[in-house]
Write a protein that binds this ligand. Structure first.
Ligand code: SF4
Length: 323
């Protein structure tokens, strides 16, 4: 089974078992964008529902970190430590998702936060590295060692379909947990528990690697906390299902672990990655309308994520009036 199909079925299975939200293929660095985490599990914190009530999309981290506050609006042009064009794009996105609102009576460029940002909305972050076949590990051990040294997430786990031997375990960093997952039966067993990583302490991150030299940066607890929030936000907005099914007569909506949204190709006999495998270049392609699959609806039904919330702005504005 290809890694993509393994990942899709693992996500379907985890979604049934864990509380919180899941996403795949997200940047897992602090100062560097090099590391991409296969799957991230975001466990809910006490204010998860408040976060879900704002928007189903990611709130831009620069908007959260900006000097735009609640209450009195201000000109956004002085509120970001960024080039104006970049800041403008962030303001537009923040308005679009309902985190900022415009205040045209005060000025054309005036905005304020439409609601509070619920800082405690997420709790632990778990990163899962998928390696269905341990016979072809690539640079797995180095990769996991880097994750452990950085300590951005609370736990790092390796998921594999292979039989895990003592020799495999000895080669992995001690803190890395190991799951054996059968993508056919969806059985998952814990071979080794992960050890929690010190997310509140300094970590080290390789930001550049060249022949003969490597640049390493220290990641402070503050920088890590920001990067964790960015990661959680991206995970919240992204999820793990494909955005669109291909326009091919041979694709079906596969249900796994009680939920649908996995693109199964009847011609290939497995779950496929539409972005990389589908289209007129595929020898089995038969042009057709894509099947109507409610991907967002699946996620909404099966997790605490809300596809189209009403938004907190009006609710909080109402409360403030009587507060
Ligand atoms: S394009 Fe190819 S891989 Fe994709 S669904 Fe059609 S036959 Fe399958």
């Amino acid at each position: 089974m290809r890694e993509f199909a393994f990942e899709q079925r693992l996500c379907a299975s985890l979604e049934r078992e864990v509380d919180g939200v899941l996403a795949r293929q997200l940047g897992g660095g602090v100062h560097s964008a090099r590391r991409v985490l296969d799957v991230v599990v975001v466990e809910p914190g006490p204010t998860f529902d408040d976060r879900a009530a704002i928007t189903g999309r990611s709130i831009p981290r620069r908007a959260i970190e900006s000097d735009v506050g609640r209450g009195r609006s201000r000109d956004w042009r002085g509120a970001f430590d960024l080039p104006a064009e970049r800041a403008r794009g962030i303001v537009e996105r923040a308005v679009e998702v309902g985190f900022f609102e415009r205040d045209p009576t005060a000025g054309a460029e005036h905005v304020r936060r439409a609601c509070r940002y619920p800082d405690g909305w997420f709790d632990r972050l778990v990163a899962v590295e998928n390696k269905p076949d341990l016979g072809a590990p690539g640079d797995l051990e180095t990769q996991l060692l880097k994750d452990v040294r950085l300590g951005l997430v609370d736990e790092v786990v390796l998921a594999t379909a292979s039989h895990v031997t003592r020799a495999h375990l000895n080669r992995l960093p001690d803190a890395v947990g190991v799951w054996r997952f059968d993508p056919e039966t969806l059985d998952r067993s814990v071979v080794r528990e992960a050890t929690p990583l010190p997310v509140d302490e300094h970590g080290t991150e390789i930001v550049e690697e060249h022949a003969g030299w490597t640049e390493v940066r220290l990641a402070s607890p503050t920088a890590k906390a920001r990067a964790r929030r960015r990661l959680a936000e991206r995970a919240y907005g992204k999820g793990w299902r494909v955005d669109e099914f291909p326009g091919c007569a041979r694709v079906r909506d596969e249900a796994a672990a009680g939920g649908g949204g996995l693109p199964r190709c009847e011609w290939k006999g497995r779950v496929v990655d539409p972005g990389n495998e589908c289209g007129p270049d595929c020898p089995g392609f038969e042009g057709d309308d894509p099947p109507s699959v409610d991907v967002a609806g699946e996620r909404d039904r099966r997790t605490g994520w809300v596809a189209e919330p009403d938004g907190l702005a009006s609710r909080q504005a109402g409360l403030d009036r009587f507060g």
